[in-house]
Unconditional design. Sequence first.
Length: 173
Amino acid sequence: MSPLDGYFCATCKQFHSGLPTSYAADFPDSYASIDEKEREQRALIGSDQCIVDNEMYFIRGLVEVPIIGFQEFFLWGLWASIWKEAYGEINEHWQTNGRENLIGPYKGRLNNELREYSQSTLNLKCTIRIQPLGARPLFFIDEPGHPLAIEQRDGISLERVQQIASALMHKNT
Ligand SMILES: [Zn+2]
């Protein structure tokens, strides 16, 4: 059996089959914090793009973290705030073949708080690299001393993946 087939959960002490290696935030925190009744009026949101109050611009991307000893990456699906000009340019080239060579990289800041880190991830500086059509942009953390940047650089152990799974599996229970 591969370790990715399942794990003993630190939270509920049960065996869960399947070890998730990716998590996604549905919204930027700046959107999620808007009262639900006001969202429609104040924000535009799609699967990969979001605008709040006509002045905050967000795109969705991935932070890839190597899993030590495995081929596959652990993935955080997150949102980053970017400048209006960058947002416009990305939007303009959304369907352009070879866009990864035409535009970017861009500077952004993460707009999701991840409780799985000892330091806040909100507003963490990152570089955004555009990927070929059909693939989400990749975020590279620019603050080298931050635990997320260290994990992105050095990789994480399988135990760490299990620890994150144990925490997130029961987040809403
Ligand atoms: Zn559990």
